[in-house]
Design a protein around this ligand. Structure first.
Ligand code: SF4
Length: 285
């Protein structure tokens, strides 16, 4: 930190992009603060850390962080991130996006990257709605909650993202909220140090659309709800952490296991099959 810095994470932000676009009371900025603290605490190599996002309010994160950033098309953050990782396996690749972008439009990419155990950290800011495009229903909008495309309340069943990630093969799965800033920053720092497909869900307020339509008050009211309704259960079975409208929120680290990544497995298989020709195939010789 230099003496001219106004804030300890300022050097990690593109200050020329400020002010940001997020509404008062939005939780996305809180998650960025935790992410920046995690980068500091884990002493991440900033020259090797890249951040990829799709479209939406959370998608703007990639543009505000002073890292190598890719702001990609809607739902396609994970394929871009996969390409980066395969082209340069030394990179620490982070995907940072919202629930609609990652699990609706990008839903197939999400399940297959988890299934393949692609080495990346995926952070999903889940505010139960498409913010930037007008408050439509997403796969995580709780049953009975109102959205611009569900004026009488959603009658669709919802995805439970920790269960989805776990059942598809993610090696690290956790959920926190924007109330749990210390736990979230610690969790992000821990996830940086692991290899494989790692997933962190962050429950976050969207006062402008989700809360207004559901008459849930402002950002502070939602933070109160997050505080009063959450219970920490590390190691909880992900089948038992689904969310209901304004119901209990189970938070914690649910999954932490070691599995070979897609690249590790591919290299091992090619080494076995090609023998002496493997180095030549890799273009090393
Ligand atoms: Fe945040 Fe919602 Fe505003 Fe988007 S619309 S910036 S998610 S409060």
């Amino acid at each position: 930190m230099t003496t001219t810095q106004a804030h300890p994470i300022e050097y990690l932000l593109r200050m020329d992009r400020m002010p940001h676009i997020w509404c008062p009371g939005c939780g996305i900025g809180v998650t960025v603060n935790c992410f920046a603290r995690a980068l500091q605490d884990s002493k991440a190599d900033l020259d090797k850390t890249v951040i990829v996002s799709g479209i939406g309010c959370t998608g703007r994160v990639a543009g505000y962080l002073k890292l190598d950033s890719f702001h990609t098309t809607h739902g396609r953050a994970i394929p871009f991130a996969t390409g980066l990782k395969l082209a340069n396996p030394e990179l620490n690749v982070v995907v940072y996006s919202g629930d609609g972008d990652l699990t609706a439009i990008g839903g197939n990419h999400f399940i297959h990257a988890a299934r393949r155990n692609i080495d990346m950290l995926v952070i999903c800011v889940n505010n139960f709605t498409y913010g930037m495009t007008g408050g439509q229903l997403t796969p995580t909008t709780p049953y009975s909650a109102v959205a611009s495309t569900a004026p009488y309340g959603s009658f669709e069943k919802t995805f439970s993202l920790p269960f989805l990630a776990d059942s598809c093969g993610a090696v690290y799965v956790a959920r926190w909220t924007t109330f749990h800033v210390r736990q979230l920053a610690r969790c992000m720092a821990e996830a940086f140090t692991k290899r494989g497909f790692r997933f962190i869900e962050i429950i976050s307020p969207c006062p402008t659309l989700y809360q207004r339509r559901n008459k849930l008050g402002d950002g502070l009211s939602f933070m109160k709800y997050l505080k009063e309704s959450s219970e920490c259960k590390d190691g909880a079975d992900t089948r038992a952490v689904a969310l209901d409208f304004q119901g209990k929120i189970i938070v914690g680290k649910f999954v932490d296991r070691d599995q070979p990544t897609w690249l590790d497995d591919m290299n091992r298989r090619y080494r076995e099959k090609l023998g002496d020709k493997y180095e030549e195939y890799k273009g090393i010789k």
